[in-house]
Design a protein around this ligand. Sequence first.
Ligand code: AMP
Length: 439
Amino acid sequence: MSFSALGLRAELLLAVGEQGYTEPTPIQAQAIPAVLAGRDLMGGAQTGTGKTAGFTLPILQKLAEQAGGPQGRTPVRALILVPTRELAAQVQASVFTYGKHLPKIRSLSVYGGVGFHPQVQALKRGIDILVATPGRLLDHLSQRTVDLSKVQVLVLDEADRMLDMGFIPDIRKILAHLPKQRQNLLFSATFSDEIKKLADGFMHDPLLVEVARRNATAELISQRVCPVDREKKKDLLAHLITSGDWKQVLVFTRTKHGANNLAEKLVKSGIRADAIHGNKSQPARTRALAEFKAGKIKVLVATDIAARGLDIDELPHVVNFELPHVANDYVHRIGRTGRAGSTGEAVSLVCVDELGLLRDIERLIKREIKKEIVPGFEVDPRIRAEPIVQGKRGASSQRRPSNAPHKAAGNRGQNAPRQPAARAGGRNSRDSGRRAFSY
Ligand code: AMP
């Protein structure tokens, strides 16, 4: 199967060729013709499957085909909603890359945490494809600095993540500003009942395209669990990086505080590392990501929300320094590696406190992850499990932020922590407190 067989025009084929893509990924092969044909589509695909090009290429083609093209102030014709700032910037970069031989298409990303006014100016000049996070887009709508009445195609990207982050009410408000007649595309790594309910409300006879088994982890990712005592996780991580001569590794922690601490500790051990999370300014995050991509820093430590949508090609290693409270996040995290055809490795450092979380993950992905004890880091069976949520100390402890903003309370932060910790952590604390350490 070649890209030209999908019916894409020469300018797009040229751009795709320049990216070095030789053939469409499965999601692209299925989504591109369907979107070109005008169908609504529900794409079951996680990051790394090539889904962005899967919706961007046909949208570019459809808009480019319209007579006249933009003249002066153009209304937004395609709207792409994404959960995070990083993803907004990356999707717009893809729109730009794939559309660069179509001179008439203008795109913009709008998201919070950066100036409002420059976005207003850019919107005034006329935008064909707008990529936006929900909160900032609602701000523009309330200021009447954006007109969505001419939108022909709507994309909800990473819909499951939007749901997790509490964006669904915002999305419903945004939908009210769109014309009823439009094409709808929804992409999600998983299709929970809530996502299906949302989709049922506005999609028309959508084509369902799924490239990964529901809730399954990508085949190309080799996964292992390294059992370790909670106090030894940092040393084990440093050991893995150094002994394996790892050049580029994305490490997940549960909290921003944990991300900072870990990055500092790694730097002290002589490993070039930085942390990326919502408390950092957008320029600081962009810089950290650029340095990571360029190989100037080896280790990027991130929280789940900050890492959403980070587009890092062929990432060889992902480490779960702490297991996520929500098992689905595990699938998202390890989706950072083994991307679009390359293999990758996901290592989870799991201490006795996290056995309940591990069990949830294995149940979700329907397989057991192999356990490998690293010599010198054997677990001490006398150490008992401690609750994760209320705990103050140790590598896996997390203090629930007292000022945790909640979307329902009107906070529009793009990094508002989600609230599942109480549920998952509570259950985990109860379980793991009773059980002795055993894998
Ligand atoms: P996505 O799932 O959209 O985040 O894309 C994951 C990565 O795959 C991106 O870095 C793309 O540049 C890359 N990619 C997208 N389509 C292809 C393709 N047809 N062949 C090879 N790589 C691709």
